[in-house]
Design a protein around this ligand. Structure first.
Ligand code: GDP
Ligand code: IMO
Ligand code: MG
Length: 417
């Protein structure tokens, strides 16, 4: 059965590590949304891999495919491809010809968008041009990979893009669009990567009968339609976007992945956020620094209310929990089980202001005693009793089995139940 690994929180749940782990049993690993706003760290033996666009299956030499739901920054892709080529011999990476490109003006517009918002309303984007690139896709202006075959086509598209955006760019003192330079750069890029580009009409034929692992980027609570809008990313991160963004109309089972606590980079509501020493401790011990922007991640307790919602919108059938090892030596570990006694289905995750105004009290948390150090990672049974109780409580609350438990960044620090 094909599988999808989908983040259930605000991203950085450990998707890269788990996709690498699971990809052993798959032929093809596919991204279907997002761009280089994603940052996935995978550690195998003494090697650390930092990936933004290329699926983590590349580490095991699997075929990797970026579907048309991805937005692709040519420079970034080329550098990442070169970097990974130094570590992995002949990486097998393919790009849908229908992918929309991120160009420099998208990054300038991303900055402008943030500048015009007052402090309270700033999204805190990764500044990679993601929102403006998706805006152009929806606005039917995007330059697609297949356009790069013809200088005339790129030139013609850029002419109207320039008319549309130059007045805005100019009024905010950002560089105007340079058509000649952009055409020149894109043409060079095309010559370098054209062997990797594949038409959607060929995708299904080319990858027929392959066992597919879909790699989500970001997380369910950053989904454009289901997340805490407007503090979201500009793509649909939920599993149902797989069919739209990947060109594969196939069945798959969703593995929902979450950390044993919660983090968020950027702004927006975070009901179980910690503002004390415990939050600081988790950030430090969990190395909670953004891979892409190097920003400190906000930390809080695991929020089962939003997790349950994320499981539903992604039709999650099995779970993966990561990073409980970060909580090892805390004297008590909490999980949020209610929002001021409201039932979770009364909470509208699209309404950021409602979530923002929640202030949780003791009754909203279940408290677990410390489980100390984890000495034996061989299987679930050998884990400390208090950790097992924590895991069983979460399973019971969500009514979904936790089949994968990750207790360290290394590929080998993983338990399958
Ligand atoms: P992704 O965006 O979902 O792929 O997650 P990131 O790679 O951005 O962030 C997860 C971080 O936690 C990475 O630095 C991983 O190496 C690390 N990590 C993954 N799983 C575990 C785990 O179980 N325990 C610990 N301590 N670190 C982990
Ligand atoms: P991975 O795949 C965590 C956040 C940004 C910001 C919001 C919008 O590593 O889990 P954008 O640049 O997408 O317009 O920013 O979304 N964000 C992420 N946070 N992990 C990610 O990806 C993220 N990708 C975007 O911090 O709050
Ligand atoms: Mg990440």
């Amino acid at each position: 059965m094909n599988k999808a690994v989908i983040g259930l929180q605000w991203g950085d749940e450990g998707k890269g590590k788990i996709v690498d782990y699971l990809s052993e049993d798959y032929d093809l690993v596919v991204r279907y949304q997002g761009g280089n706003n994603a940052g996935h760290t995978v550690i195998v033996d003494d090697n650390t891999y930092k990936l933004n666009l290329i699926p983590s299956g590349v580490i095991r030499g699997k075929i990797c495919f970026l579907g048309q739901g991805v937005v692709l920054d040519p420079n970034h892709f080329y550098n990442e491809y070169n970097q990974i080529s130094k570590k992995i011999k002949n990486p097998k990476v393919f790009l849908s010809s229908n992918i929309s490109l991120i160009l420099d003006y998208h990054k300038h517009l991303d900055r402008i968008n943030e500048r015009i918002l007052n402090t309270k309303n700033k999204i805190g984007t990764t500044s990679k041009g993601i929102g403006p690139a998706y805006q152009d896709k929806v606005g039917r202006k995007s330059i697609k990979l297949h356009d790069l075959k013809s200088k005339e086509v790129i030139q013609e598209k850029l002419k109207s893009i320039k008319k549309f955006y130059d007045p805005i760019l100019e009024s905010f003192d950002e560089s105007k669009i340079n058509i000649d330079q952009t055409v020149h750069d894109l043409f060079i890029f095309y010559e370098l990567v054209k062997e990797l580009i594949i038409d959607n009409s060929l995708v299904k034929k080319e990858f027929k009968d392959k066992k597919i692992l879909f790699e989500g980027a970001q997380g369910a609570l950053l989904d454009l339609d289901h997340g805490s809008y407007p503090f979201v990313t500009s793509s649909n991160t939920v599993s149902s976007n797989i069919v739209i963004g990947s060109a594969f109309q196939v069945d798959y089972q969703t593995v929902g992945i979450f950390k044993a606590y919660a983090t968020r980079v950027g702004n927006g509501p975070f009901p179980s956020e910690l503002f004390d020493n415990v939050g600081e401790y988790i950030a430090e011990k969990g190395l909670e620094i953004g891979t892409v922007t190097k920003r400190k991640r906000r930390c809080g307790w695991l929020d089962l209310v939003s997790l349950k919602y994320s499981c539903e919108i992604n039709q999650v059938k099995e779970l993966c929990m990561t990073k409980a090892d970060v909580l090892n030596n805390l004297s008590e570990i909490k999980v949020c089980k209610s929002y001021n006694k409201m039932k979770y289905d009364e909470v509208n995750f699209n309404e950021s202001n409602i979530l923002e105004s929640l202030s949780l009290d003791d009754k909203d948390f279940e408290v677990f005693p410390s489980w100390g150090e984890i000495k034996n990672l061989s299987n679930f049974e050998t884990l400390p009793e208090n950790l097992k109780k924590f895991i069983l409580y979460i399973e019971n609350y969500l009514n979904i089995p936790i089949k994968i438990i990750s207790l360290g960044p290394e590929r080998s620090q993983t338990i399958i139940r």
